[in-house]
Design a protein around this ligand. Structure first.
Ligand SMILES: O=C(O)c1ccccc1N[C@@H]1O[C@H](COP(=O)(O)O)[C@@H](O)[C@H]1O
Length: 218
């Protein structure tokens, strides 16, 4: 299976176009006001229209209520909902049922204990995304450029597709894929020159390195 490459936190037409032209499989848009990558609904509509079938659109939310989902879905028309907060297993199932869209639940990882809820989430989510668990008091639960110990995912036996994120760059993505055998990779900070400022050259370099990492595994 080809590696799924997601570029997240896109907020301008130029960087979205760079990600699409470079062959991103998924493009992510952040709906979380405290994030430097937050987009409003008008931006989401414009960026969503520009994506138009060239990649899967992912709406990233953090403990969102149904009203926010309704607005985001109407504006962006996402293909996947990324749940990056403390959504319970029941809430994940409810979101999936209510909005009729695939959901990708994020699990923050720092120690083996963080993987304990994995079977329950895997039973209700379409896809799992592993990210570094944010430090206490962090201003946001992701997009911090923090790496976790990928060996915690070694030999993972999961009945769902899973992706890895957290501090990925063009330089370390091959190692992350080699250790975790993830089916996909997701990046935000590692393709930026400052928080929220995406760089087309870094986007291209990351996608190239991610694709090359898979060739190394065959
Ligand atoms: O990008 C953000 O600001 C953000 C805000 C709230 C939740 C998640 C966020 N980002 C996601 O975190 C992971 C890892 O990002 P990074 O590559 O370490 O910067 C990724 O899914 C981002 O989209």
């Amino acid at each position: 299976m080809p590696l799924v490459v997601k570029i997240c936190g896109l907020s301008t037409r130029a960087t979205l176009d760079a990600a699409l032209a470079a062959g991103a499989d998924m493009v992510g848009f952040v709906f979380f006001a405290a994030s430097p990558r937050h987009v409003d609904l008008a931006q989401a509509r414009e960026l969503g229209d520009a994506t138009a079938g060239r990649a899967a659109k992912v709406a990233l939310t953090v403990d969102a209520d149904n009203a926010l989902f309704e607005g985001v879905i109407a504006a962006l028309r996402p293909d996947i909902l990324q749940l990056h907060g403390h959504e319970s297993v029941a809430r994940v199932a409810e979101i999936r049922r209510t909005f009729g869209l695939p959901v990708m639940k994020v699990l923050g990882v720092a120690t083996p204990a963080d993987l304990a809820p994995l079977p329950d989430y895997a039973a209700v989510a379409d896809r799992i995304l592993f990210d570094a668990r944010p430090p206490k008091g962090a201003s946001r639960p992701g997009g911090l450029g923090a790496v976790f110990d990928w060996t915690l995912l070694r030999d993972l036996d999961l009945a769902r597709p899973f992706m890895v994120s957290g501090g990925l760059t063009a330089d370390n993505v091959a190692e992350a894929v080699r250790i975790t055998r993830a089916g996909g990779v997701d990046i935000s900070s590692g393709v930026e020159t400052a928080p929220g400022v995406k760089d087309p050259d870094l986007i291209r370099a990351f996608i190239r390195a991610a694709r090359a990492s898979q060739e190394l595994m065959i």
